[in-house]
Ligand binder design. Structure first.
Ligand code: PAF
Length: 256
């Protein structure tokens, strides 16, 4: 497994991969089983797998949230190698933003709903960095987890709208045995919060209405940002202590 930290070096390497299919898994590190499922899928379907590890500052609406984003680089590299990643791209801010973020990719509808209504500019940061990464890596397929379903839909929409020649593949949310969706941010939950966290998924799959779920979670100690059902999918974001959890489920499918 080779590590590359400059755009120029990655581009030179990429031009030597012509003729081989390239799968790409973009991440912000702190890899978990959910990321492993994306890497497994890429390794299974592509000749070459590229992983990026880059904590993208432009998608954080809050400096404190960025400062406490978990970093586990040594473990990430060990796992990536074990799973069969060929190249890890780990750029710096200077490499990714030579324009200092003066050029931005903005979607004007969906990006302002759900998480976008609570995290100003978040999806503009996500779409901009993903567009840059896709232009550098030039993958045949790029893999995203459905836990971040709004992000997945926005990225799929962006590549269609801007004619980017890549297949965006969504992979199912991977959950702990108690239902909690794997997320890098779970590392920041304390013992009591970790015990409470699965109640979010349990409430989403209950037969309760969105309003009843909001009430129940707020009573349990979450601070709910939103519980909203759109086109048969129930979306949720709630703060538990200092950690913001998001999740979504298809309604009807697992409802109890
Ligand atoms: O889902 C993530 O980890 C990030 O939003 C992504 C897609 C790697 C962009 O920074």
């Amino acid at each position: 497994m080779k590590k590359i930290d400059s755009v120029a070096a990655f581009r030179a390497l990429r031009s030597g991969l012509n003729g081989q299919s390239v799968g790409f898994v973009p991440t912000m590190g702190a890899l978990h089983i959910g990321h492993a499922s994306l890497i497994d899928e890429s390794v299974r379907c592509s000749d070459v797998t590229v992983l990026s590890i880059y904590i993208n500052p432009t998608q954080f609406d809050n400096a404190n949230d960025l400062a406490k984003y978990p970093e586990t680089l040594a473990e990430d590299l060990e796992l990536a190698e074990k799973l069969g990643v060929d190249y890890v791209f780990m750029p710096t801010y200077q490499q990714m933003y030579p324009d200092n973020f003066s050029y931005q990719v903005e979607e004007t509808k969906l990006s302002h709903q759900l998480c976008g209504a609570h995290r100003e500019g978040h999806f503009t940061g996500v779409l901009t960095v993903v567009m840059k990464l896709l232009n550098i890596v030039k993958p045949d397929r790029a893999y995203f987890g459905e836990k971040d379903y709004q992000q997945f839909e926005l990225i799929k929409g962006m590549v269609e709208a801007l004619f980017v020649d890549v297949e965006i593949v969504g992979c199912p949310t991977v959950r702990e045995n108690d239902g909690l969706a794997f997320s890098s941010r779970n590392l920041n939950l304390n013992v009591n919060e970790r015990k409470l966290a699965p109640k979010l998924h349990a409430a989403l799959v209950s037969g309760l209405s969105d309003e009843e779920v909001t009430l129940e979670l707020n009573q349990l100690g979450f601070v709910v940002d939103y519980i909203e059902t759109i086109s048969g999918r129930r979306f949720a974001a709630a703060q538990l202590g200092k950690v913001r959890l998001i999740d979504n489920v298809l309604r009807g499918e697992h409802e109890q």
